[in-house]
Design a protein around this ligand. Structure first.
Ligand code: NAD
Ligand code: ZN
Length: 379
């Protein structure tokens, strides 16, 4: 490629300050260094995690920064030592990586790579502690190693999954975070037995994917819990059979769920990021066998409080990043599920905007409208 080894000037949506609309700027993107790849982003979408760190209310502020982690693109060039991907490969970036060499990567049970696990406070590349983005020589920071709100971005090779080039990137880009996370939280972590009951807290993209996962696993009652009643109608398409809006009840939602299910649900998956919902999701599972899985990203000072007796009574609490999928090993197979029509992603995509209107995607999420909004890069 003519651009390999050179700085690329392109457009990126820069967040200069917490909570202020992104502004489209011309940035300089340095060539990839050792074990890095530079990727031309074609489609990206907005996940709640971007919004949490952009608002920076309960998270460490790191600015100016380029957000974005749910995306699809094509490798433009690779740095020294990269053998797994080559220019032209179709890839999905992932906010948590897989080095394939550490104890976690070698364990069948973990995806918490020692080298590349999610680090939301780091704004630089791990190789040399520097940013690959700049404007007039001043660094613009990275976000979770992906920064996909840019026409070109640089990532560690361990944070990109090479996928089937036939897969339409405008659809499968949503598998690079939210949908795989929710699906995996149910299938890989909660593992609801056939005929079981599952409560899903939070019916955004992640929660709806968790509901879909529970249905695929064979759960027969899938109870959606959300404060936004507008979510309920949509959620039926994702397998939800019943709904609870905590606002409609004077007693705690865990009691409401226990009454509905003769003592508690068999499994619950929390996809809100709200610590009270996390506690409710744990306390609503049945004693003896219930398993609760936390997926939402909490406020940095949040504390989870529950009576220890809830554990003694044989309830299990788990948490997961990226639904326990190993990004490079497993994500290509999730894409194949879509290609074989065993997993539908279209129904998660409710809106689409050109890159120049990226702030509209933030407005939609703030209003709780739609599920995922695809942002089309305009190369
Ligand atoms: P979203 O904002 O689209 O959906 C969240 C839903 O939760 C909304 O419908 C909202 O009304 C509902 N909600 C909020 N507080 C609630 C409460 N107290 N009780 C019931 N419902 C409540 O978000 P999303 O993109 O689907 O992401 C969901 C969560 O998952 C976020 O916290 C996000 O940061 C996190 N996340 C985690 C991972 C991971 O790997 N662990 C990956 C992606 C996203
Ligand atoms: Zn590793």
């Amino acid at each position: 490629m003519a651009t390999a080894g050179k700085v690329i000037k392109c457009k990126a949506a820069v967040a200069w300050e917490a909570g202020k609309p992104l502004s489209i700027e011309e940035v300089e993107v340095s060539p990839p260094q050792a074990m890095e790849v530079r990727v031309k982003i074609l489609f990206t979408s907005l996940c709640r995690t971007d919004v949490f760190f952009w608002e920076a209310k309960g998270q460490t502020p790191v600015f100016p920064r380029i957000f974005g982690h749910e995306a699809g693109g094509i490798v433009e060039s690779v740095g020294e030592g990269v053998t797994d991907v080559a220019p032209g490969d179709h890839v999905l970036p992932v906010f948590t990586g897989e080095c394939k060499e550490c104890r976690h990567c070698k364990s069948a049970e973990s995806n918490m790579c020692d080298l590349l696990r999610i680090n939301t406070d780091r704004g630089v590349m791990i190789g040399d502690g520097k940013s690959r983005f700049s404007i007039d020589g001043k660094p613009i920071y990275h976000f979770v190693g992906t920064s996909t709100f840019s026409e070109y971005t640089v990532m560690h090779v361990g944070c990109v999954a090479k996928i089937n080039p036939e897969a339409p990137l405008d659809k499968v880009c949503v598998l690079s975070c939210g949908i795989s996370t929710g699906l995996g939280a149910s299938i890989n972590v909660a593992k609801p037995p056939k005929g079981s009951s599952v409560a899903i807290f939070g019916l955004g993209a992640v929660g709806l994917a968790a509901a879909e996962g529970a249905r695929i696993a064979g759960a027969s009652r899938i109870i959606g819990v959300d404060l936004n009643a507008n979510r309920f109608e949509e959620a039926r398409k994702f397998g939800c059979t019943e709904f609870v809006n905590p606002k409609d009840h004077s007693k705690p939602v865990q009691e409401v769920l226990a009454e509905m299910t003769n003592g508690g649900v068999d499994r619950s998956v929390e996809c809100t990021g709200n610590v009270n919902a996390m506690i409710q999701a744990f306390e609503c599972v049945h004693d003896g066998w219930g398993v609760a899985v936390l997926v939402g990203v909490p406020h940095k000072d949040a504390e989870f409080k529950t009576h220890p007796m809830n554990f003694l009574n044989e309830r299990t609490l788990k948490g997961t990043f990226f639904g326990n999928f190993k990004p490079r090993t497993d994500l290509p197979n999730v894409v194949e599920l879509y290609m074989k029509k065993e997993l539908e992603v279209e129904k998660f995509i409710t809106h689409s905007v050109p890159f120049s209107e990226i702030n509209k995607a933030f407005d939609l999420m703030a209003k709780g409208e739609g599920i995922r909004c695809i942002i089309r890069m305009e190369h």
